[in-house]
Every structure is written in C-alpha cells, then in structure tokens.
Ligand binder design. Structure first.
Ligand code: GAP
Length: 444
C-alpha cells in the first residue's frame, strides 16, 4: 500500500487551474473557439457531458423519482409572450446599466463608482434599464413574425401547466413539479467561467402548498436542498445559507434564501429558495382569464396555492462539485492531482489498463474486460502511456477504479489488480469477479 501524505485541508483551487484542467481533459471548451469564441458560452466535452448528466440524474432521482409528492415536466423554451408579461419579466427583469460615451463599453450601474468609465476614463451616460431577455421572431417573414422570448427561467413553464399537471395526475396539495432545462439571459457582466453565462441550465422545483403552510415548507426545502449538496460530497464548510434582505427580494418573493458556495472568486449563489406566494398563479389567472384555482375536496373550497421554489443551476453545481473535488496531494514526494468526485457523479467509473502495451495477449485481455464493463458503467480503456502516468491521468479526472492487466494475469492466475482512487489500495481479483465486485461497490 502506498503511503499518502495528503494534507488534510487542501488549498483552495484557483479558477485558472480549473479552467485549464477542464480544457485539457475535455470537460469544458469555449464555444466556437476556432472563431474566437462568443460572449460567455461554453461547450461540455466528453467528460463534461458525463459529469453534467450525472448531476442532473442525481437531482432528478432524489427530487422527482423517489418523492411521492413530486412529478416531472419538460416544457418548451419558446412560450406565448403574454407569459412574460404576466410573470413580470417584461416590466421588471432588468438591470440598470451605463454606457461609456468614448469607448462604448457597457457596465452594470452598480459595478461602477462615479460617472467615469473604469476602462478609459470617458464620461458615462445616465443609468438606463436594460431587459435581460433574449428576443427572437417566430414565423418565416421577419416583418410579420411575432416577437417571442427565449425563456429566462424554466419556472414559468411549470406555472402555466399547473392545472394540466394537477388534473392529469390527480395530485393533492402539497405537491411539486420538477424541471431541468435551458434558460437564457442577456447578462451584462457574464464571467467566472461557467458561473454566469448567457445560456445555462436550471434545475427548478415549484412546490405548491396550502396558504398558511408556506413558511414551514420554505424552511423544509432550504434544509432539503442544503443536504442534497452535502450528500454528493460538497464539504459543509464550503456551503452557507444567506437570507435576502427585504430590499433585495425579487418582485414575486416574500422571502428568499440563497445557498452559497465558496467558489474560487468567493462566496456566491449556487441555488436560491424562494417563497413566491400565490403571485404567479394569480397573475396567470388575471392575464389568461383561466381559472387555475385548486379545489380542496376536504373543505369544499377553492384555493390559490402558495409556491416554494428551490431553483438551482446545473452549470454552477458542476463548477462547485469540480472545485470541491479538486485535491492536490504529495504521494512519495510527488504531486498527485485527484478529483474526489462522489461515485454517482464521477464521469468515468473504471479504467482498464494493460501494464505492457506491446504484449498482444495483455492488450486483448484488457480490451475484453473493458467491453464487459462498458454496458454497466462508464469505462475507459487506455494504453497510451506507462502505468504510473495512466494512473495519474485517471486520478485527475476522478475515475473511481483502475483495473490493470499484467503478465501474471496471462501467464499465471487470470487475476487483475483493482486500484482504488481515494485510498490507492490495490487488491488482486479473479477476472470473472471484476464486474460483479465493481457493480456491487458502485451500488453500495
Ligand atoms: N426561477 C427563479 C430563478 O430563476 P435565479 O436566482 O435568477 O432564480 C436560479 O436563478 C439559479 O439559476 C441560480 O441560483 C443559478 O444557479 C442559476 N443561474 C441564474 N443565472 C445564471 C447565469 N447567468 N449563468 C449560470 N447560472 C445561472
């Protein structure tokens, strides 16, 4: 067994290191990079797409599938523009901004002090409100086409379907609807890698409750959602709750608490939990003329439900899980970079490696084992370097186990070595036991 001299509290990782690792190992690439990129959009590479899918799958499993009081939805991105009038986005989803009269750069008004441009010193315009929704046109002839918006949140797709879902599923209050999907905001100051972008994915829940029980459910959801991040390995000291001050509250909210994570640039919002009251349902009733009230069979009365909304970002969770998992350790006087991702999130579960790549029997056996593992877990085969290097490459992307085929496997015992990412312990196992053993460990 190898001696690990891991320092107990690894140094916080810089954003530059994360960005470099993401590009080099194929987690995240700049979008349209060969054309110089486009403002703050990112593409998820082969490892990134696996990690992202695993995060969404874990969220869906825990928040939708296993809960008796939850169902799912996948609403369209393009919606009737009246939705955004009713929701208040046309009127209120704005940031105040200023323009420099000299260099024409645009800033959020609250990011600059005084009336001078922070870049060139030129004079700034008065602050003007700038709507963050992206416009597009629906219909083949642009002049006659209808103005529609790319949704700035997935939530409204849930609100407008509240009655459809309730009637179709016969759910009784309290119950919730979960949705994962893309949202778009023309952010004035995107940045910090995938933290604030103009195209991103949300994981949102609208949880409908009886008026009067909303405050209790609000508290329960804050705790539930905090626990979810801890369950998947985020260290408790890197999470905190921040209730919003009254003047910060969004136009629909009675109370909001942010779950903040200690990102490389400091404490920032990972997810928000809001008590949206009956604002949205009432507004959609007013604007559409449809009755969306819930009929309570117990009392024989119609009620407008209150709504608790836990709203998280897939991309921000991705960044938080990566940052939290990143460790540098000294092992036998050498630096080891290891992503200690939770086993449910790790993009690759197992790598199969031949000890000698110039021995055809070893290579064939390793490929055979990899083929057997592939249908049950994400598996990688790699024979492009020496074994020490191959282990380091797998540690750096968070692969849970490395299975190594060596001379002994072929010539003596038909056994392979399984190395554990976290402890670096190695055990020898008969080839036929590899798959059942790893499946058992993965599901344990
Ligand atoms: N429906 C409520 C809502 O959208 P929000 O606080 O504006 O609330 C919820 O957004 C979550 O969506 C945030 O906590 C964040 O994780 C993610 N998010 C919001 N804007 C984002 C952006 N520009 N880039 C990446 N993620 C974003």
């Amino acid at each position: 067994m190898v001696e690990v001299k891991a320092d107990e509290a690894p140094p916080a990782v810089s954003m530059d290191k994360i960005v470099e690792l993401c590009k080099r190992r194929g987690f995240v690439f700049q979008s349209s990079e060969i054309y110089g990129g486009i403002g703050s959009t990112w593409d998820y590479g082969p490892l990134g797409v696996e990690l992202k899918r695993n995060i969404k799958e874990a969220w869906w499993q825990d928040n939708v599938r296993v809960r008796e009081d939850m169902v799912g939805l996948d609403a369209a991105i393009l919606m009737n523009p009246r939705v955004w009038e009713a929701s208040g986005h046309v009127e209120s989803f704005t940031d105040p901004m200023v323009d420099c009269r000299e260099c024409k750069q645009r800033f959020r008004a609250d990011d600059v002090e005084g009336n001078r441009c922070p870049v060139c010193g030129g004079e700034l315009t008065e602050a003007r409100r700038f709507n963050l929704m992206f416009n597009t046109f629906m219909g083949p002839v642009e002049e006659e086409a209808a103005l529609v918006y790319l949704r700035p949140e997935t939530a409204q797709g849930i609100f407008v379907n509240f009655k459809n879902v309730q009637i179709a599923t016969r759910k009784k209050l309290p119950f919730g609807i979960g949705q994962i999907g893309k949202a778009f905001r023309n952010e004035i100051t995107p940045g910090n890698f995938i933290f604030r972008t103009r195209e991103f994915e949300q994981m949102e829940i609208e949880y409908f409750v009886m008026p009067g029980t909303d405050e209790e459910w609000y508290e329960r959801w804050i705790e539930d959602r905090r626990s979810w991040y801890l369950k998947y390995g985020i260290r408790p000291e890197n999470l905190r709750l921040r209730p919003h001050a009254p003047e910060e509250l969004a136009h629909y909210s009675k109370a909001t608490t942010d779950i903040e994570y200690l990102f490389p640039m400091g404490w920032s919002e990972l997810e928000g939990i809001a008590n949206r009251t009956d604002f949205d349902i009432r507004r959609h009733m007013d604007y559409s003329g449809e009755n969306m009230a819930y009929f309570d069979e117990a009392t024989g009365e119609s009620v407008i439900p209150y709504v608790i909304e836990p709203s998280g970002g897939v991309d921000r969770s991705f960044l938080a899980f990566l940052v939290d998992a990143y460790h540098e350790e000294i092992v036998r006087n050498e630096k080891r970079v290891v992503l200690r991702l939770h086993k449910a999130l790790a993009p690759v579960k197992v790598a199969v490696l031949p000890l000698l790549r110039n021995r055809p029997e070893i290579v064939a056996k390793a490929k055979e084992i990899a083929a057997e593992l592939r249908p049950v877990m994400t598996t990688m085969y790699d024979d492009t370097a020496s074994i020490g290097r191959l282990y380091r490459r797998q540690d750096e992307i968070g692969t849970l186990w490395c299975v190594t085929v060596d001379v002994q496997t072929i010539e003596e015992d038909n056994q392979v070595t399984i190395r554990d990412r976290d402890t670096m312990e190695q055990i020898r196992v008969p080839v036929e036991e590899v798959r059942p053993l790893l499946v058992e460990r993965l599901n344990a």
